[in-house]
Design a protein around this ligand. Sequence first.
Ligand code: ZN
Length: 211
Amino acid sequence: MKTWSIPKAPARASREKAWCRDHRGRDYPFDQAMDLARKFHGHASPGLLIGVKMVTHVMARLPEDRLFDALCETRSCLPDAVQTLTLCTVGNGWLKILDLGRFALTLYDKYEGSGVRVFLDPKKLHAWPEISTWFLKLKPKEAQDPVRLLEEIREARESILSFMAVRLNPPYLLKRKKGPIKICPRCGEAYPAGPDGLCKGCLGENPFERL
Ligand code: ZN
C-alpha cells in the first residue's frame, strides 16, 4: 500500500505558538487573541491578554472529563477572559467574582471544589520593567509605554504566572437559591421574598433619579 507523507506546516505557522485556547480546543495566535479581546472587551487590554493566557494554562492543568466553574478575584479584565474562552459566564452562574482585588482566577470542579488557581506573580516580573510598571502602577498611565508593554507580555508568555492547587471551602460551592417570589407592594415588581416586605430597590438601593 502506498503511504503518503503528511506535508509539513509552513515554517512561519509552526513557529507561531498559540497564545490561548478556548474550551473547544481552538487555538488563537497572539494577533487573533487581540481580536478576541477587542470584540468582547472593547479593546485589547494588557489585563485581558494576560487573562486569556491564564485561563488557557489553567484549563490545560484540569482533568478533561470534569465540569468546572470559575472564580475571579478581581472585577477587572479577568471575568472577561473567562467569558471569552469558556462557557462560564456571570449570567449562567458558572463564573463568580469575589472582588478581593487580586489578579487571580481559579477553575475548579463544580461539585467537589478542587481546582487550579493562577495569579500574576510580582516575584516573576523583575525581567519585565514595562509589565511591572503597568501592574504595580509605578508610573501614571500617560508615562507608560503601551507598545513596549504588549511586546513584553508577548515575550514573557506564561513565565510571569504562578499556579497552585486549591480546594474551595464548601460554602462557596453552594448554589444560591432564590426561594419564594413576592410582588413588592411599593413598586409592583417581582422580587425574592425577604424579611423586609419590600424589594431591595424600594429599600434604598434604587440607583435611579426620579424623573
Ligand atoms: Zn419595590
